[in-house]
Design a protein around this ligand. Structure first.
Ligand SMILES: Cc1cc2nc3c(=O)[nH]c(=O)nc-3n(C[C@H](O)[C@H](O)[C@H](O)COP(=O)(O)OP(=O)(O)OC[C@H]3O[C@@H](n4cnc5c(N)ncnc54)[C@H](O)[C@@H]3O)c2cc1C
Length: 392
């Protein structure tokens, strides 16, 4: 059996390839792990990447499933899948700050007031940088346990509490902030979502440096922060419904990026084995082959799920993809470190081996196994919702 796209899909792919050939910034061509190589604060979202996001939006290539006024071109799901394949194959990022286009805009478009919907284009184009205030010191996986309190008045809320691990908080203009508005209700029923301007008096942002040395996220403290009533998104105490916000247009194809990166790393492992002479080591060969086999199986599984989705069925396969790609990604970087021997664990940028790519990638790979639902939580979801097993 030969699986291939038809002529219309190939024409679409070619249009995108031509656009990329003509517009792609030289910085994006750095490929590989350049996303992890940012060293200073400007680099949290470099200016070239901000310009690139705006260019994608202006040409209808930012979120292809959206209409042109939202940075798209009304693409079908199949076209969107092709788009994601091409972008990940070329290792082209769309943005340096995903919450605005991927979480905030879809939620505002679905649940926001007419005025709030007006914020969506700037969020998708990247003109406004958003952060997401969900996690707290005692509320991560169990998000419904959040304690940041918003006292409710006729015309305003007054917020007190603390968020943590808030990505982009040091540079964000706005925060999608989940707060407890009814402390007496059952925990899922007393939460509301507020739009908070990050320059409001009473907000204190303290950067957190992580394992790789970067400070992409921060703690955010709220001390009597006044938020106008019209900044409530959705229903008062109805915020839980909005925690699931994501890009419906792309959901069925989001696995492509994880699989693409995994495949690219497997190819890099083959090159590394040749360079280090480990290509004749039976153990190394077996492990690289197993990684290749796993990546290929995931791609096949992703297409199977996409095919169900495109025909209107649910695609339980995709529940597995985030877990599998993030864990296999971590294992691939670890294998790279092992192939390098003793130097594999050196992260000193003055003594880089392979530009520090494998050790650095290994450190960064933990993020994917935690953010957006940790691997343990993903396993719980698969056990309960996909396999129908009872709660442990
Ligand atoms: C790169 C990155 C970016 C992030 N950006 C943001 C952001 O912008 N905004 C934001 O609000 N948050 C953000 N987070 C935080 C993220 O959402 C939380 O780290 C995540 O939800 C886990 O919560 P926690 O860290 O409190 O860990 P906990 O929930 O305390 O979990 C600790 C450990 O226990 C395990 N565990 C917990 N509950 C169970 C269970 N029921 N069964 C089995 N195991 C369990 C977990 O898997 C984990 O290994 C980010 C995190 C990362 C890594």
């Amino acid at each position: 059996m030969k699986l291939a796209w038809g002529p219309e899909e190939e024409a679409f792919r070619s249009e995108l390839e031509t656009f990329l050939d003509e517009h792609i910034p030289p910085e994006a061509a750095a490929g590989a792990d350049f996303m992890d190589d940012w060293d200073d604060d400007e680099a949290i979202v470099p200016s070239w990447l901000r310009r690139w996001q705006a260019t994608l939006f202006d040409h209808g290539w930012m979120v292809p499933g959206y209409p042109p006024e939202l940075g798209g071109r009304n693409c079908t799901p199949v076209q969107t899948l092709i788009y994601l394949e091409v972008m990940s194959g070329r290792r082209v990022p769309r943005t340096g700050h995903f919450p605005g286009y991927a979480i905030v805009a879809p939620s505002l478009l679905e649940f926001g007031t007419a005025e709030q919907k007006q914020l969506a284009p700037a969020a998708i184009r990247g003109d406004t940088i958003w952060c997401i205030g969900m996690s707290e010191p005692n509320a991560g996986s169990d998000l419904a346990g959040l304690q940041t309190r918003a006292a409710v008045f006729d015309d305003q809320f007054v917020v007190n509490g603390q968020k943590v691990w808030t990505s982009y908080a040091t540079i964000a203009q706005k925060c999608f902030c989940y707060v407890r508005t009814d402390p007496d209700a059952p925990k899922h029923k007393g939460i509301s979502l507020l739009i908070v301007d990050m320059d409001t008096p009473g907000i204190d942002v303290r950067p957190l440096r992580h394992l790789s040395g970067k400070a992409h996220f921060a703690e955010v403290f709220f001390d009597d922060v006044v938020v106008p009533r019209e900044n409530l998104v959705g229903q008062l105490n109805g915020g839980w419904l909005l925690t699931q916000g994501s890009l419906a247009h792309e959901r069925a194809g989001l696995w492509v990026e994880g699989v693409g990166r995994l495949e690219q790393n497997v190819i890099a492992l083959v090159e590394l084995a040749k360079k280090t002479g480990k290509d004749t080591d039976p153990n190394a060969r077996r492990r690289i082959a197993a990684a290749y086999e796993f990546a290929s199986s995931l791609r096949a599984l992703g297409y199977k799920g996409f095919s169900s989705f495109a025909q209107g069925s649910s695609a339980p396969e995709h529940s597995f993809m985030k877990l599998a790609t993030s864990e296999a990604g971590k294992a691939a970087y670890e294998l790279g470190m092992e192939l390098l021997g003793g130097y594999g664990a050196v992260v000193d940028r003055s003594l880089p081996v392979e530009d520090g790519r494998w050790a650095h990638g290994f450190f960064m790979s933990f993020a994917n196994t935690i953010a957006g639902g940790s691997s343990e939580i993903q396993r719980n979801i698969i056990a309960q919702r996909v396999l129908g097993l009872p709660r442990g």
